[in-house]
Design a protein around this ligand. Structure first.
Ligand code: ADP
Length: 300
């Protein structure tokens, strides 16, 4: 599978320019779309699942055009929106059966087999007779995944995959997704949580205010941050000064002060050593640089 996005732009009716000429190719595997709130991630997702038309540009799935071949493309997509809701009266298995019918599975016998298989796969078989609305947060999210997968889609799009899940459910959910990422499937995770991407995705893109600012493997973003992350032994005065000047990624109280992780190009006059960056450091470093460039341009 391949999604090619060319010069894709979206201006909402009120003039909000949510996407600005995005060019991107997405291939098989887990793809992470990362960016702060308001970056344009949901707008891009809504266009890809054909719920909304772009203002400019085009996107193709293999050779099929998103607008001209809407029906074919919908048949190969599974979508889990952020605010996925259930009808309160349906039981878990009834809900999945309903989703299968919506996805165009007309044959009842085939539907029954698919529903049963899916309940097993997402670990909800025991809960099949429980009302969907009474499931725990993590189980609801898994039922959301199940409805997105019931028609064996080739492209799966999940908006904010781990919102509202506790840490254990979060890990289970991530593992479930990575076991699904078999050969000829694209899974897109759209999130502002760096951990969702660092633990599962082999490719990623970074969106900021409607612009694509990075695309490639997470490792390549991390490499660009090497030499810019510091571990500082700080007293109160240092802490306040560092916090004012640089993004502080973490601070742990230790005897006599704090152990602080800071993203900065240079750090003179502190008891500091360079440490290996992770994706969270890289994300902050990248967004900080963008911010500084913007401030310089605005000041000119
Ligand atoms: P993200 O998903 O990254 O948080 P969105 O795609 O939701 O970003 O939003 C991108 C920008 O478009 C924001 O400035 C947001 O306020 C705006 N926006 C989103 N939806 C609409 C809409 N229906 N009408 C007008 N502006 C919108």
């Amino acid at each position: 599978m391949e999604i090619t996005i060319e010069n894709l732009g979206k201006t909402y009716r009120n003039g909000n320019n949510a996407l600005k000429g995005v060019n991107l190719t997405i291939e098989n595997g887990m793809f992470g779309l990362l960016g702060p709130n308001g970056a344009g991630k949901s707008t891009l997702m809504r266009i890809l699942v054909t719920l909304m038309k772009p203002s400019t540009g085009q996107a193709k799935v293999n050779q099929l055009d998103l607008i001209k071949n809407r029906k074919e493309i919908r048949a190969m997509m599974g979508y889990l929106p952020q605010d996925f809701r259930f009808f309160s009266k349906l039981r878990t298995s009834e809900f999945l059966d309903y989703a299968a019918r919506l996805a165009g599975m007309k044959n009842r016998r085939e539907r029954n087999i698919a529903v049963e298989k899916m309940l097993e796969e997402v670990g909800l078989f025991e809960a099949r007779d429980r009302k969907a609305s009474k499931l725990s947060g993590g189980m609801k999210r898994r039922l959301g995944i199940a409805q997105a997968l019931i028609n064996e889609p080739k492209i799966i799009i999940i908006d904010e995959p781990t919102t509202g899940l506790d840490p254990e459910e979060r890990i289970r959910f991530r593992n479930l997704l990575s076991t699904m990422s078999t050969k000829d499937i694209i899974i897109i995770l759209s999130t502002h949580i760096v951990g969702d991407i660092s633990s599962t995705c082999n490719q990623m893109a970074l969106l900021d205010r409607g612009e694509l600012v990075f695309s490639g493997p997470p490792d390549s973003l991390i490499q660009q941050t090497k030499g810019h992350v510091w571990l500082v032994q700080a007293n109160e005065k240092d802490y306040l000064e560092l916090n004012r000047k640089y993004p502080v990624v973490s601070s742990v109280p230790v005897e006599g002060g704090w152990e602080i992780q800071v993203v900065a190009d240079k750090l003179n006059g502190f008891k500091a050593k360079k440490i290996d960056p992770n994706l969270e450091h890289a994300y902050i470093h990248f967004m900080e640089n963008k911010q500084e460039t913007r401030e310089i341009i605005q000041a000119l």
